[in-house]
Design a protein around this ligand. Structure first.
Ligand code: HEM
Length: 428
């Protein structure tokens, strides 16, 4: 067992290189490792059976971890952060908007935005594809979820402000610190104000007009009976969906384009596949098996949710050890998705491993969307947007890397490229 520093524990080592830290934990201490972040004892559980135990079988004995608890200051009782009965009630209300029939209806917006963004690229000019995919998914989320075009600059600025406070989540008394007018905390407050200002306006407008735009917000505003949400509840849900519903998919698309740029022969095979399909529609997802495999392999290698957190509410037995109430638990996709027990040559980009079936790999060796009752509600939406977006872009462009600008990773709440993700688009 490690002997952490007083007060900060392993926080400095964790913050200086988070991906290396969680990988070293498993290498040095195995599937169950214990360390300390600030005042909190943390258990890292890095085995598919333990993922199932925490997220599925024993899920009722845990609440969300420290980062999402702190995110309540911005997301309130939205789906990602709500707990217990409030979560169940809101999930029931929001779920119908993610029915596959509704997603089929959103698909034309997805391909439309992908086409518009890809059409704006200049041939042979280095391009930050991450900035481009963020714009694309944010515009799609604004239209399909809120029924309006959102100000991309406002949401991106607010998101940057919010992420700057990520590193403070594990500090002692971080819940009390949030109100202080200093540094990143001031940015946190500013991000919250900007985001709430934007979303409050959209919600107030929709409540006043009662208009049904066929989007998610309409479904929630027009919901009837006891299930109807108050304006602050609508604001929390809309803010959550806007933030949770764009950046993760944008990162997946940007990472996928990077992987194809550095593996030109796979890119050529994907082009052959997409050019054989006419007008793209959601029903084409089954006719694009290689595109799907590329997205799966991207989610494995660069999982946007690279580590999930929980806090124990009751004691849990894990092998010989007991997790006490109040202890934090982390489930690192980054580690489990790169474990050679389940993934031969784990750091190699090999979409073919998804075309041959899953073999005897354990079910929870791959959990980019979480698991159990709190599993991502937007998974079907994300698959449709990522596969159609990838196919649309690759029809227009061949991408190649920019010499001297390698991919660098920034693991904050999500895993994103640091300093953008730069590629050169060549016209087809
Ligand atoms: C590649 C894209 C995506 C990834 C990797 C991803 C990942 C995840 C993960 C891991 C969780 C579980 C968090 C936890 O249990 O603590 C989650 C929850 C959630 N996601 Fe996603 N997500 C993606 C796309 C989306 C999209 C497109 C939307 C909405 C349009 C969305 C909305 C949500 C919401 C609302 C929750 C909370 C669900 C609940 O607790 O009931 N996500 N996501």
């Amino acid at each position: 067992m490690r002997r952490p520093l007083p007060v900060v524990g392993d926080l400095l080592a964790f913050q200086s290189d988070r991906l290396r830290f969680v990988a070293a934990m498993q290498r040095e201490h195995g599937d169950v490792a214990r360390f300390r972040l600030g005042p909190f004892p943390v258990w890292q559980l890095a085995h598919p059976d333990l993922v199932r135990q925490v997220l599925v079988t024993d899920a009722a004995g845990f609440r969300k971890g420290m980062v999402l608890q702190r995110a309540r200051v911005v997301l309130g009782d939205g789906l990602l952060t709500a707990e217990g009965d409030v979560h169940r009630q809101h999930r029931d209300l929001v779920q119908p908007a993610f029915h596959s029939r509704r997603i089929t209806g959103y698909a034309s917006v997805m391909t439309g935005r992908a086409t518009a963004v890809a059409s704006s690229w200049a041939p042979r000019e280095p391009l930050d594809v991450h900035a481009a995919t963020v714009r694309m998914t944010l515009e799609t989320a604004g239209t399909t979820l809120l029924g309006t075009s959102v100000d991309v600059g406002v949401v991106e600025g607010a998101l940057a402000d919010l992420l700057s406070a990520y590193k403070l989540a594990f500090l002692p008394f971080s819940d009390k610190l949030q109100a202080l007018p200093v540094g990143p905390l001031r940015r946190l407050q500013r991000g919250r104000r900007r985001l709430h200002g934007l979303v409050d306006g959209v919600v107030a407008d929709r409540v006043a007009s009662g208009r049904d735009g066929g989007d998610l917000l309409s479904a929630l505003v027009l919901g009837s009976g006891d299930g109807r949400l108050s304006s602050p509840e609508l604001r929390d849900e809309a803010t959550t969906l806007l933030l949770a519903g764009h950046e993760t998919t944008a990162n997946t698309l940007a990472f996928a384009l990077h992987l194809l740029a550095v593996h030109p022969s796979v890119q050529a095979s994907v082009y052959d596949e997409v050019s054989g399909v006419g007008e793209l529609a959601p029903s084409d997802l089954d006719r694009l098996p290689l595109c799907r495999a590329v997205v799966s392999e991207t989610l494995r290698l660069y999982p946007p949710s690279w580590m999930m957190g929980r806090q124990a509410l009751v004691p849990h037995q894990v092998g010989e050890q007991v997790i006490e109430p109040g202890d934090l638990v982390v489930l690192p996709q980054w580690v489990v998705h790169h474990d050679e027990r389940w993934w031969p040559q784990p750091f190699t980009f090999d979409p073919a491993r998804w075309l041959a079936g899953s073999g005897d790999r354990p079910r929870w060796a791959f959990f980019p969307f979480g698991a159990g009752l709190r599993r991502c509600i937007g998974e079907g939406f994300a698959w449709t947007e990522a596969v159609l977006g990838l196919a649309t872009i690759l029809r227009h462009w061949r991408l190649r890397p920019v010499p001297g600008r390698p991919l660098r990773l920034d693991p904050l709440i999500t895993l994103r490229p640091r300093g953008g993700l730069w590629l050169i688009p060549e016209p087809r």
